[in-house]
Design a protein around this ligand. Structure first.
Ligand code: AKG
Ligand code: FE2
Length: 327
């Protein structure tokens, strides 16, 4: 969809407001909705080569001319859409798996279901998809996690790069439609060009959180069942971005899609999982996140026989041999 969709200003009533009651924050709760975006962001410290800008116009022109069509689009808009890209039989095999496991709207267990289920891996690391991802970032990328729920995450406005170190290369993520995704089911919404905004910075964000909840130690979901850093900080990041969108008049797009369509977005594209306009409407999709293989902290990337990489968590060793053979 190419214009601001109806309902782009719908807000969250559940997690967002309940967060504001909690004592996670270093400022009074009533201030959380009024923190300006500029206080949460800073000029980005790293970028992939295709996104580089040059002061010298001649270099700028040469650089643009060197980019592939996909890279040029990605560098300009912060995302690329690949229509009718994933073969339908791969998606059908995955839908059958979900059915056999009795899943309707819920997630496969954990964030690395692709390690146990080749049907998931065959889609989120589909070789031609990984080839486009490598082309866009100009480096070998591996799958780091998968989200498989058939309902919107209802995650507020953010850039994914703030979940990594401020100096990390921004990751890339994919939104893969496994059925029709219409504007009532809470589609992925995004702001074209927002990957050039000042970047959300975890050191800036930490300033509004009490010590226990700061990045990086607060990043993981807590044993006590408390929320992780990303969600806690949403209580002030989401309103800050929301206000910037309104004040500056940015157009919100949404990814309405058909089975097999894919949207790839850069780790600095501003986006959210919008709330469903029709309660209970399913949103059949798979989301994959991908990062460069060489970065610190990432762990072991297993290599499938077709050459694609995916992060293998420590407890996955007993299952790996089943999925390493490409389907
Ligand atoms: O639910 C969505 O569409 C957005 C999820 C999201 O923000 C992410 O996977 O990074
Ligand atoms: Fe995200």
């Amino acid at each position: 969809m190419e214009s601001t969709p109806q309902g782009a200003d719908e807000r969250y009533s559940d997690i967002f407001y309940s967060l504001q009651d909690k004592q996670y924050y270093s400022v009074p709760n009533e201030r959380l909705s009024n923190i300006p975006y500029r206080q949460l962001s800073a000029p980005p410290r790293s970028n992939i080569y295709a996104m580089r800008t040059f002061k010298d116009e001649a270099f700028s022109d040469l650089h643009s001319a060197d980019l592939t069509e996909h890279q040029a689009y990605y560098a300009k808009h912060g995302y690329v859409i690949l229509r009718n890209f994933i073969p339908i039989p791969l998606i059908d095999a995955y839908l059958e798996l979900r059915q056999s496991l009795g899943l309707s709207d819920s997630q496969l267990k954990g964030m690395t279901p692709h390690v146990k289920h080749a049907e998931v891996l065959d889609i989120v690391s589909y070789k031609p998809l990984m080839d486009v991802i490598r082309e866009l970032h100009g480096m070998e990328m591996g799958l780091i996690f998968t989200l498989s729920g058939f309902k919107s995450t209802k995650r507020g406005w953010h850039q994914d790069a703030y979940l990594d170190d401020d100096s990390a290369i921004p990751r890339l993520a994919s939104w893969i439609a496994c059925g029709d995704v219409d504007s009532d089911c809470g589609p992925f919404q995004y702001i074209p060009g927002s990957h050039r905004w000042p970047a959300l910075s975890n050191t800036k964000i930490n300033g509004y959180l009490k010590g226990d909840y700061q990045w990086p130690h607060g990043h993981v979901s807590r044993e006590t069942g408390e929320l992780g850093w990303g969600r806690i900080s949403e209580a002030f990041i989401d309103p800050a971005v929301f206000r910037k969108i309104k004040d500056e008049g940015h157009a919100v797009h949404e990814f309405t899609a058909q089975k097999g369509d894919v949207l790839l977005w850069y780790g600095r594209l501003m986006h959210r999982g919008s709330p469903a306009r029709v309660a209970g409407r399913l949103r059949p999709g798979l989301i994959g996140h991908y990062a460069p293989l060489f970065e610190r902290r990432r762990g072991y990337f297993a290599k499938r026989s077709n050459g694609v990489h995916f992060l293998a968590p420590p407890r996955s060793l007993p299952f790996l041999s089943d999925v390493l053979q490409a389907g």
